[in-house]
Design a protein around this ligand. Structure first.
Ligand code: FE
Ligand code: FE
Ligand code: ZN
Length: 297
């Protein structure tokens, strides 16, 4: 399954998200339940969920994933009110994810904001234990992080420590972000098999509930987190395309979070979503160095 992140807002709400995914020729997608950078959310009754579900059924989209907003930080021990807010908001996100019809909520594990890895991990575990119980239907997919700032989740060993502390860790899953793995130091470009082998020291491959397929603007290990369009970064087209063809991930939502493009090379406007052209390129298995032309038209 191949798709991209899509918007949710305006009058169309979740119905518009599905329409956007279909306009890219996608058969899956990822959505935030509102703006990714804030936590203002509409009531479920206003989100046009039944219409969105009907359109998905009609057009053969069987699975999609939801992404929690960036500003939730379960690793925060410095501002208890932020942690409490994160826990409360995450509970509501689980509720919304279930109501929208997805089983996967992608979450950035958190950042220790200067208090150190151990303290951050303990706090993330505490937070997850406050939101997950035996009846939770949605799975929280912890995303592999690039290591920008004080991010936790930059190695499989760290993610395994989180799993170890969570009581209902059968409700946890992983989201592999190829840009983040590269920036965190893993050799995605030349040894993705080795990256998966390293993962499998801690997790069976069926823990991967989502893949974020992004090229990277930075070198392996740069700890930067700057996504690049498919084939234009340091990972390159061949590896990213090969990942979309792995039988292990045939039923896994593979989601593009590559940057919008500008009409001119180096332009700042970034108004053109690249996803239709990138999906077509990946499906064809042929890199198009003229991607901008295909996107801008
Ligand atoms: Fe993410
Ligand atoms: Fe990501
Ligand atoms: Zn990123």
């Amino acid at each position: 399954m191949l798709g991209s992140h899509v918007g949710l807002g305006g009058k169309e709400q979740f119905l518009g998200s599905v329409q956007e995914a279909l306009s890219y020729g996608a058969d899956t997608f990822m959505v935030y339940t509102g703006a990714p950078q804030n936590t203002r959310r509409k009531d479920l009754s206003e989100m046009r969920i039944p219409e969105a579900k009907a359109l998905m059924a009609e057009s053969g989209i069987k699975e999609f994933v939801v992404h929690a907003p960036y500003i939730i930080n379960l690793g925060n021990t410095v501002k208890p009110e932020n942690f409490d807010f994160g826990v409360e908001f995450l509970r509501e996100e689980l509720r919304r994810t279930e109501a929208m019809g997805s089983t996967t909520l992608v979450l950035h594990p958190g950042a220790h904001v200067g208090e150190g890895e151990d303290t951050g991990i303990m706090q993330i575990i505490k937070g997850l234990n406050l939101v997950l119980d035996a009846d939770t239907k949605v799975r929280i997919a912890l995303e592999t992080m690039a290591g920008k700032g004080s991010e936790i989740g930059t190695s499989f060993a760290q993610l395994a420590r989180i799993y170890d502390g969570v009581t209902h860790n059968n409700k946890l899953r992983l989201c592999l972000d190829t840009c983040h793995l590269n920036d965190a130091g893993y050799n995605v470009k030349d040894d993705f098999e080795g990256v998966l082998a390293e993962m499998e020291r801690y997790f069976p491959i069926n823990q991967v509930a989502c893949i974020h397929l992004n090229d990277s603007k930075n070198d392996q290990g740069a700890a930067k987190d700057r996504h690049e369009n498919i084939g234009f970064g340091t990972i390159g087209f061949d590896r990213l395309c090969a990942i979309t063809r792995m039988p292990e991930f045939a039923d896994t939502p593979i989601i593009l979070e590559t940057p919008y493009m500008s009409a001119e090379e180096g332009g700042k406007d970034r108004t053109y979503p690249p996803y239709k052209a990138e999906i077509a390129m990946l499906r064809a298995g042929v890199f198009n160095p003229e991607l901008r032309k295909a996107v801008v038209g």
